[in-house]
Unconditional design. Structure first.
Length: 237
């Protein structure tokens, strides 16, 4: 059942009309690309991109606010109709289907938020020192990253760093031939990308040109397609 059809179910149940057959949510890549204008399809795409991308992608505050508001109104309508003694058995079946869809969307929202929180905790110190990545997260996420970084620094200082020589009691050193002490997103990590439309040629790290044609799926380093993901030309799968 797709998200827009849920509006129709709500209206039909209130009026007592028989709803038309409601299509199941699209799972095919091409269908998802064609119907990506619905709020649920947009959320699913951002959710999948966030889960597969090593970097933190721009927050979708407006989209989440819209979906959460609809979830609240939908849940209120379902509870109202459940308590109505005049609701028919057929209406109860449609109510159950609507409630199932609500729970499905709630799961996606929770997973999306948890994925972002996981990345924020992992890259908290990097976020506090990088102005560009701070523009992609919400004010609440910035505050969370700052507090998490401070707590982590304090814990490491009292646990280890205070016992080391002053020259080694830092968390921002950049030793030669060693990984940086501040964890950063791995832009070279390979990802699978699905082209939603014909894209300009991109250059791989070895200098080879890669053409991303509509419908094709390619394996490439994230850094190669990062801008295309932000522009909505491709999606991660």
């Amino acid at each position: 059942m797709d998200w827009e059809a849920e509006y129709e179910i709500e209206n039909n149940v209130v009026r007592g009309d028989e709803p038309d057959d409601v299509p199941m949510a699209a799972v095919d890549f091409e269908q998802r690309a064609q119907h990506s204008s619905t709020p649920l399809e947009k959320l699913i795409r951002h959710w999948m991109n966030e889960r597969h991308a090593p970097d933190i992608l721009p927050a979708q505050e407006e989209l989440l606010a819209h979906l959460l508001d609809h979830l609240r109104r939908q849940s209120e309508t379902v509870q109202l109709l459940r308590g109505d003694p005049h609701t028919s058995e057929d209406d109860h079946i449609r109510i159950i289907l609507a409630q199932t869809e609500v729970e499905r969307v709630k799961f996606i929202v929770r997973s999306y938020v948890r994925t972002r929180l996981f990345k924020i905790e992992k890259y908290a110190r990097f976020i506090t020192t990088n102005a560009e990545i701070q523009t992609r997260i919400t004010a609440a996420e910035r505050d969370y990253a700052s507090r998490h970084a401070q707590l982590t620094d304090r814990h490491l200082y009292f646990s280890v760093l205070q016992s080391l020589p002053e020259t080694q009691a830092h968390l921002d050193d950049t030793p030669i031939f060693m990984p940086p002490m501040i964890t950063e997103p791995d832009q070279s990590r390979p990802v699978f990308v699905h082209a939603l439309e014909n894209c300009p040629s991109v250059r791989l790290p070895d200098g080879t040109a890669l053409e991303l044609k509509k419908g094709h799926i390619s394996l490439t380093p994230y850094s190669v397609v990062g801008e295309l993901i932000l522009g909505g030309f491709v999606e991660l799968v």
